[in-house]
Ligand binder design. Structure first.
Ligand SMILES: Cc1cc2nc3c(=O)[nH]c(=O)nc-3n(C[C@H](O)[C@H](O)[C@H](O)COP(=O)(O)OP(=O)(O)OC[C@H]3O[C@@H](n4cnc5c(N)ncnc54)[C@H](O)[C@@H]3O)c2cc1C
Length: 354
């Protein structure tokens, strides 16, 4: 006789970690299956939650709800893990061109929320070369994603929830109202498999749009930048152990998911001309973001297999989207509350039934 659980969760990135936490809060038994891979999207993410995006400084989708929810969700999870992985930061957005300065000022005048001009635009001159001033974006938040994932993993291991192995989808059997996987029986399974989802036979038809990103981990002695993220084309973000994360690229077309020499050279050249302090590159990271064509996540259950679900497609915004939609998915199962229509995979019913 195998073990019976309510849920199987495939993947322990930011999505699977929050889903596991929400299931625990709801009193549902579950197992998480994750092969410990070092360079997944979650493990190399800067961890920034920034409410505005792009050159036009547009407020991002659902951001007011997402910010409020993220504060609560990271607070709750941090308390459970006995650590703090979420902190407020200000994004200091240096203007690379006069047009960008103008665009910022116009957006500010239109009442663009989250934007401010600092009291003294020259106060970063001891650290950075810049000529056109800067604007501030806030409140923003920084998540220590690797720290959070490691703490979740330790807790899952201690509770016997984690199976550290590769999930082999060909061994999954739909059985009655639930699923069977080797010696495990579950009422439902949810794929939080990130970029591996592009090849998942149940959900590969969804309109994923793989996007590769690279980053450098650099040491900058004396920079001492703890509560701010600096941006000038690339972002420089506080990382663990007094190091900094510098990135990233957004590649829609790529031959492989490995780091490239061209990114390293370009990013180091940018840092050399921007930073007033010397730096040293310690690591070069790359991963594929599970992005989607219409930039909305994939949440919910397969129209033909009610026991098989998905929480994926977080794109560039896993840190804010994953907590919110993990909660929504579990509430949907518990109470039948609907999943937001523009995130629910039901919008692709025709494609998934093909
Ligand atoms: C360079 C870069 C910078 C980024 N910066 C930010 C940022 O600042 N802010 C932000 O919000 N987002 C950022 N992102 C995006 C963010 O990383 C993603 O949105 C998010 O990590 C997706 O999380 P996930 O849990 O859905 O997927 P993943 O992180 O890919 O996790 C999937 C997990 O499933 C496991 N898995 C998959 N298949 C199997 C299998 N068959 N068996 C066992 N385990 C399996 C994988 O090993 C992995 O652990 C960035 C991404 C990149 C690449």
């Amino acid at each position: 006789m195998g073990q019976e659980v309510d849920f199987l969760v495939i993947g322990q990135g930011i999505s699977g970690s929050f889903l596991s936490f929400e299931l625990e809060r709801a009193g549902m038994t579950h197992r998480v299956i994750d092969k410990a891979l070092p360079h997944t999207a979650s493990r190399i993410a800067a961890g920034l939650i920034n409410p505005v995006t792009g050159r036009r400084l547009v407020t991002t989708w659902m951001i007011d709800e997402l910010l409020g929810f993220a504060q609560e969700a990271y607070g709750r999870l941090g308390e459970t893990l006995d650590g703090s992985f979420f902190s407020p930061v200000t994004v200091v957005d240096f203007f690379p061109t006069a047009q960008m300065r103008l665009a910022f000022l116009q957006r500010l005048e239109e009442g663009g929320p989250y934007l401010r001009l600092p009291g003294d635009e020259r106060d970063q001159l001891d650290r950075f070369h810049y000529e056109l001033g800067y604007g501030s974006i806030g409140p923003c938040y920084l998540v220590d994603v690797p720290g959070l994932l490691n703490a979740c993993r330790r807790r899952m291991k201690a509770a016997g929830v984690l199976l550290e192995e590769r999930f082999e989808v060909q061994d999954l059997i739909v059985a009655g109202d639930g699923v069977r996987y080797r010696d495990l029986e579950a009422r439902r399974i949810v794929f939080c498999d990130g970029a591996a989802g592009f090849d998942n036979p149940y959900f590969s038809r969804l309109p994923f749009a793989p996007n590769k990103g690279e980053a450098l981990i650099v040491e900058v002695p004396g920079l001492n930048m703890k509560e701010m993220v600096a941006k000038m084309g690339i972002s420089l973000v506080p990382w663990r152990n007094d190091l900094y994360w510098a990135g990233s690229s957004y590649e829609w077309s790529f031959d492989h998911a490995e780091p490239t020499e061209i990114f390293r050279q370009r990013t180091e050249a940018t840092l050399r001309s921007w930073l007033k302090l010397p730096f040293r590159t310690l690591e070069h990271l790359a991963a594929v973001r599970p992005a989607t064509l219409e930039r909305r996540p994939f949440v919910g259950f397969h129209p033909a297999f009610q026991a098989i679900g998905v929480l994926n497609g977080m794109g560039t915004k896993g840190c804010s989207l994953a907590p919110y939609f993990a909660h929504e998915l579990v509430q949907h199962v518990l109470t039948g509350a609907p999943i937001r229509a523009d995130a629910d995979v039901k919008r692709f019913t025709k494609i998934l039934l093909r």
